[in-house]
Design a protein around this ligand. Structure first.
Ligand code: ATP
Ligand code: MG
Length: 220
């Protein structure tokens, strides 16, 4: 379960709250659509939920994010990642290793998962997303869509309780949209909580809750 309690936030250089006293709770199996125009704060909200704000980006933040009764402000980013994982809007910000296999191994290695199990996780996720052929490829040489899928694979190997997907469908072919949609539904059926930010695809088709960013902004 995830509880967002009385969260307010503004970037230092602005005078009104982008997110104003927002309270929301998500239960296992929820798929939550985060909708709003460009600049309405979707990415900002996801960064708050996973602690990137205020741990990496600064601003004036108040309120609490509670995951399974633990306030995430008491955890480090490496401690948060296996609980709450972010698929970034821009995949180039997410991929750091020379090859896809190394990229996918990094998260579980950090969790001290035994090597055999890491290999199993990688096999499984490559299979599920239908990207087995990318395993030994250089990450820098991948297409945009392939980078998105590999980024998604890299958070799936962490097996987090909560997936934060920032525009997971933007710029993708129908084939990849279908693969990701199916994966989202499967993860939710398995008890995960999924947040999906986006404005250009009908994510309401499978979301059971919606957050309208305009309702969170102090100006409205
Ligand atoms: N690091 C930052 N410092 C200052 N202002 C920022 C920062 N990041 C975002 N903003 C501003 O906050 C507002 C919300 O940005 P955000 O990226 O959260 O919107 P978004 O809804 O994700 O937009 P998009 O649909 O284009 O991805 C924008 O006005 C943006 O310029
Ligand atoms: Mg965004």
């Amino acid at each position: 379960m995830l509880e967002i309690k009385n969260v307010s936030f503004r970037y230092h250089e602005t005078s009104v709250n982008l997110i104003n006293n927002f309270t929301f709770s998500a239960d296992n199996k929820d798929i939550i659509a985060i909708q709003g125009d460009s600049g309405s704060g979707k990415t900002t909200l996801l960064n708050i939920i996973c602690g990137v704000i205020p741990k990496i980006f600064n601003g004036d933040l108040s309120g609490n994010i509670i995951h399974n009764e633990v306030d995430i402000s008491n955890l480090t980013l490496p401690e948060i990642a296996p609980r709450i994982s972010l698929l970034m809007q821009h995949p180039d910000n997410q991929l750091f290793f020379p090859t896809v296999e190394q990229e996918l191994a990094f998260g579980p290695e950090n969790l001290k998962i035994p090597t055999n199990d890491i290999i199993k996780r990688i096999d499984e996720v490559l299979n599920r997303l239908n990207i087995k052929d990318l395993r030994l490829k250089e990450t820098s040489a991948l297409s945009f869509g392939q980078k998105k899928l590999v980024s998604l694979a890299s958070i799936i190997t962490l097996s987090p309780d909560i997936f934060l997907l920032d525009e997971p469908f933007a710029g993708l072919s129908n084939e990849y949209i279908k693969v990701i949609s199916t994966e989202i539904k499967t993860q939710a059926e398995n008890g995960k909580i999924i947040f999906i930010a986006g404005h250009n695809i009908n994510i309401n088709e499978f979301a059971n809750k919606t957050i309208e960013m305009e309702n969170l902004n102090e100006r409205y």
